[in-house]
Ligand binder design. Structure first.
Ligand code: PLP
Length: 379
């Protein structure tokens, strides 16, 4: 099996698994318990928070553990909406993950006003549009660190400066960026990550809340997470996230090796396959992401043929299963329909090998030619 869908999820790292295991049966106590069995989980939670804070480059008190990216995004948006009733304007980008899109829509239905900042044909954010979009009543600007479909990385420093100068808060969805590139928290007020994207377990994540920014608890309940998120902590998962965060930080420099594998794949494909577009190719991108559009082809058909050959890729959310519309990301980039429908996303990780990429190069061009011949589409 060749797994090239690492932007969807990653394989749990051995270090994370081994760190987690004792907390299922040996150290199963509640971190809030005063007796002996509560001590190990409590200490483990402290350690996991240090590991995550170290990956993010923040203080431990600024880390709120949660169930993943979607929860962090909900906490950030709904928390700001509630904390600043005089500010009802929110700014997001046109290529945000559906979790951001959905919560922004949710706020809109409750009286918020929404502005969406566009991108160019390479997926680069229009910074001039961002500048004019922010108003005195803008509560929050949300701009992702790196896009889940294209891998395009937004200029964090410039965005933070623009937002700060205009007096709004900045939220960054860093689910795809964490563990793959260095994050810069300068000028960032809220930032969310998710463990399963960097070889940690599913259902664990964290929200960075800048010290001094007071939001209501996301889940009202016990005093866990300093009263910011009630509920007994999922200790094994959070311990796993901590170990994965430490491992990811230690291996950050090796992501450049992944970039050369990805570039090798793209260059070889561009040389062999006609009518192929690499989306976001001229923009700064994550090292392991490649969003390929094959003109006059169905991405879903190609995905299935690759799957028959034990190669796992995705259509990004290019065509969410059963949905024939191209993704909002490709539409925002102005990719024409006859290209957008033939899109697949290949996402590598540190585990991807040169042999795997070479095997893809042996199989993929032939499949594309075969599918184009089988079902020629109107040009
Ligand atoms: N944001 C981005 C950019 C993502 O890629 C994802 C997951 O695909 C999410 C948010 C949601 O994260 P989670 O699956 O942890 O809820």
């Amino acid at each position: 099996m060749i797994y090239l869908d690492n932007n969807a999820t990653t394989r749990l790292a051995t270090e994370a698994l081994e760190a987690m295991l004792p907390f299922f049966r040996e150290h199963y106590g509640n971190a809030s318990s005063a007796h002996a069995l509560g001590r190990m989980p409590e200490g483990a939670l402290v350690h996991a928070r240090e590991q995550v804070a170290s990956l993010l480059g923040c203080q431990t008190a600024e880390v709120v553990f949660n169930s993943g990216g979607t929860e962090g995004i909900n906490h950030a948006f709904k928390g700001v909406f509630e904390a600043f009733p005089a500010k009802r304007h929110f700014v997001i980008t046109a290529v945000e993950h559906s979790a951001v899109m959905a919560v922004a829509d949710w706020l809109k239905a409750r009286g918020a006003e929404l502005s969406m900042v566009g991108v160019d044909s390479d997926g680069r954010l229009d910074l001039d549009e961002l500048k004019t979009a922010i108003r005195p009543d803008t509560a929050l600007v949300s701009a992702m660190a790196a896009n889940n479909e294209t891998g395009v990385v937004f200029p964090q420093k410039e965005i933070a400066q623009i937002v700060q100068e205009r007096g709004a808060l900045l939220h960054v969805d860093a689910v795809q960026a964490a563990g793959k590139m260095t994050l810069d928290l300068q000028g960032v007020d809220l930032l969310n990550i998710s463990a399963h994207k960097f070889h940690g377990p599913k259902g664990a994540g964290a929200l960075f809340i800048r010290r001094g920014l007071r939001l209501k608890p996301f889940l009202v309940g016990g005093h866990q997470e300093r009263g910011r998120r009630g509920g007994t902590e999922n200790i094994p998962a959070l311990v796993g996230m901590g170990a994965a965060a430490e491992r990811a930080k230690a291996h950050l420099a090796e992501m450049e090796g992944v970039r050369s594998l990805r570039d090798h794949l793209e260059e070889a494909l561009l040389a062999i396959v006609p009518d192929l577009r690499v989306n976001g190719r001229n923009a700064p991108r994550l090292s392991g992401t490649s969003l390929l559009s094959f003109k006059d082809l169905e991405g879903e058909a190609l995905l299935l043929r690759l799957s028959e050959k034990d190669i796992c890729v995705s259509t990004g959310s290019a065509c969410t299963t059963g949905q024939k519309e191209p993704s909002h990301v490709l539409r925002a980039m102005g990719v024409p329909f006859e290209w957008a429908r033939g899109t697949i996303r290949i996402s590598l990780s540190l585990e991807t090998t040169r042999a795997e990429i070479d095997q893809v190069l042996e199989i993929l061009p032939a499949l594309v030619a075969e599918l184009r011949q089988l079902r020629p589409m109107a040009r």
